[in-house]
Structures are given as C-alpha cells and as structure tokens.
Design a protein around this ligand. Structure first.
Ligand code: SAH
Length: 373
C-alpha cells in the first residue's frame, strides 16, 4: 500500500518470539507476511483484517478461516479488546464519553460527538502524557506508556460496535501526545484508512500536537493528508512557556517555521488550537500578537474556552471576552471560530474521566516522569 510504513516489528522475529503479538499492531503488509510465513495463501490476510475491524474478540468468530489456521494464529498472536469500563451520555447533547480498559488494566478515554456531517470520535494515543501542559488533566500523573497501534485502533472499533453506527471522523485530541508516539500513530493511521478495514479517509482525520517540532517534520515527509492541529495557546515564548513546558525545547519561532514549511510542502491548512484562559491567554495584546504571528498563513484558529480541571486553577473567560478576542483576530484577517462545547455535563475534557477514576481508586499506578524537559 502506498505510504505504508512498516513499523518496528519484524514478522520473522514475531514468529520466534515467546510472547504473542497483537494482530492489530501489524500493518496490512506485515499481516500478509505473517499469513504467508504460516503457510497460508495471501488473501487470508484480507479476511483476517476485515474480521479484526469488525471487532471480533476471538479467533472462533472468524468463520471463513479453517480451524487449523485459527489454531496456528492463536499460538503466535492474539486479538486485543478494549472493554467499556464506564460510559456517560450527555443530557445536553448526544455526546458519549467512554472510559476504556486496556488488556493490562490501564484506562484511556474516547469521546463520541454527533455532528451534522457525521459521527466523530476523539481518541487517546498514550496512557497519560509527559508534555506537562499546565491546564491539562491528562498530564497530571505523567506518562505511563504509549498505546500500541492496535490499542489506538481499538477505541474506534469497540466504540463503533457499541453505538452501532459508522464513525466517519477521527480527532486525535484525547489523552497523550501523538507526536510523542510517532511510529504507532502512523501505523494506526494507515490501518484505519485501509479500504479493507474501517476505510476512514485521511481528510476525515485530525492529529493534534503540542508542537514536537522534529516529528512534525517527519509527519510532513510521511505525507498522509490528515489535518494537522497545533496547540499554540500563546503567541510568544514568555506566555507559552508558562503554560506549556514543551515550549522550552521547541520555542514559538521554531514551531511556526515548521508549520510554514508544512503548509508549503503539503498545501494543507493548519488548524491552530488556542485555549482561552481568563487573565492568562485572553488579553487583547495577545490577540494582536497572534494576528501578527499568523499573518498570511494558510490556517484557521480554533478558540477553546478552557475547561476547568479540578487540580488546576484556570478559569474560562466570559462570553464577551471570548467574542472580543475572536473579533480582534477577524479584524486582522485571521480566520477564527470558537469551539462549541459538547458534553460539558459529562467531564468531556481531555483526561478528566481517567483522573477521576484514579482519584477514586487511589491505585497509584502512575509514574511521575511528567515533563519532557
Ligand atoms: N497532545 C495533543 C493532543 C491532546 S489535547 C496536543 O497537545 O495538541 C487536545 C487539545 O485540548 C489540545 O489543544 C490541548 O491543549 C487542549 N486541552 C487540554 N486540556 C484542556 C482544557 N482543560 N481546556 C481546554 N483545552 C484543553
């Protein structure tokens, strides 16, 4: 398949390894290789791939695969399952929030949002996060581990199975930093886009990053036409470093340079996320500075009124202030919209549900290696 990246796993190593491999961690071509090395015909890969994406939980459900081949698969591989630990449905809109339990007991969050243009899922790519953004609940206990490509995909597969309707759009804006789990995210994107799988178009997928510059550059080279969202949140180093430690490593000018390069190379518009925090990022002077910074760029600014997180002391600005900020951008020729708040009654902001669960359980299953700096 075009643009498909092989990932780190070598199929020959898998077959000699002691531990079983999650079939959904493999790219399509790796699955074909696996099928061939188990002495089966290549077309079996298509059948297995299709079953996996339908959300089968055991090999027995693969009814067009012979029992002997299923047994062979079972010796070397397994099918991961994401179990629904908790599910909340908004009474205000139809938003649904899932706390999903992974095979090792760790939890991640996914949110389903219903729009006129289709159903969107917001998914996680790591258990926790080490980026340390001050307003974000996901990063409070640091990074526990990366999700594998299959675990990222399982959120789409099992939530779609639960709602019984086709998910048409994906945003990688849940827990974790996609550009800190690069290879697994790329394998996931290739698989979820595959015509034999869920076949979700790249143009229906957004990947959000806090600005890990070298991997934005790698993403540009992989050249898959997803929408890139960049969490900017402040137009200058002083203000940005206060709320985003990543800025100490990759400052605003480097970030904007790579964004300009990305736009030039891909011809695609970048979406800048800008969280409005009362008295911190909502000042008129910052709106003016932001307009200068982004002038002439093929971009859109998504203003997000900050969601207050119990452990953090940040407040949402008033409606008037938010609108004032937006108008300053507009007056200066910057395209900006305010993000509609969905699921505000069900803790739908990044990482809050998992935090609540951890606080509730006091499981102490988190490492504190929070910031990347
Ligand atoms: N790590 C990625 C994606 C995860 S968060 C990133 O940083 O872009 C998705 C978006 O939600 C980011 O723009 C993030 O900064 C923002 N966000 C996190 N916590 C928030 C909060 N409490 N209120 C509003 N936006 C928040």
């Amino acid at each position: 398949m075009q643009n498909e990246k092989k990932g780190n796993v070598k199929v020959s190593d898998l077959l000699t390894s002691q531990s079983k491999v999650n079939l959904k961690d493999l790219s399509y071509s790796q699955l074909e290789e696996l099928v061939l090395s188990l002495g089966e015909k290549k077309f079996r890969a298509k059948q297995i791939f299709e079953w996996l994406h339908k959300g089968v939980e055991s090999f027995d459900e693969m009814t067009n695969i012979s029992l002997s081949f299923r047994q062979k698969l079972n010796q070397k591989t397994y099918i991961s399952v994401a179990e629904i630990e908790e599910k909340y449905e908004s009474k205000i809109d139809e938003t649904k929030k899932y706390l999903l339990r992974l095979q090792d007991g760790n939890m991640v969050e996914s949110v389903v949002m219903y729009y006129k243009h289709g159903i969107t899922i917001c998914i996680s790519c790591q258990v926790g996060c080490r980026m340390g953004c001050k307003f974000c609940a996901s990063t409070i206990g640091g990074l526990v581990r990366n999700l594998t490509a299959g675990e990222i995909l399982d959120q789409v597969i099992f939530v779609q199975k639960d709602i019984g309707e086709r998910i048409s759009n994906i945003v990688m804006m849940g827990i974790g930093e996609p550009m800190d789990n690069f290879d697994n995210v790329i394998t996931f994107l290739n698989n979820v886009n595959h015509p034999f799988g869920l076949n979700i178009g790249y143009r229906h997928i957004s990947v959000s990053t806090c600005g890990v510059v070298p991997n934005i550059s790698r993403l540009m080279d992989v050249d898959i036409p997803i929408t890139l969202s960049v969490s900017l949140h402040s137009p200058n180093n002083e203000a940005r470093s206060k709320i985003m430690p990543v800025n100490n490593k990759y400052p605003v000018d480097e970030l904007i340079d790579i964004c300009r390069e990305y736009i030039k190379k891909t011809g695609r518009r970048i979406s800048f996320e800008y969280a409005l925090i009362e008295g911190v990022s909502d000042l008129d002077s910052l709106a003016k500075e932001l307009s200068v910074l982004l002038k002439g760029m093929l971009c859109h600014v998504n203003l997000i009124p900050v969601n207050s997180v119990k452990e953090r002391d940040f407040k949402k600005p008033s409606k008037e202030r938010i609108e004032r900020f937006r108008r300053i951008l507009e007056k200066n020729g910057i395209n900006a919209t305010v993000r509609r708040e969905l699921g505000s009654d069900i803790n739908a902001s990044c990482g809050q549900l998992r935090r609540n669960k951890i606080n509730e359980n006091k499981r102490g299953d988190l490492n504190d290696n929070s910031s990347i700096i």
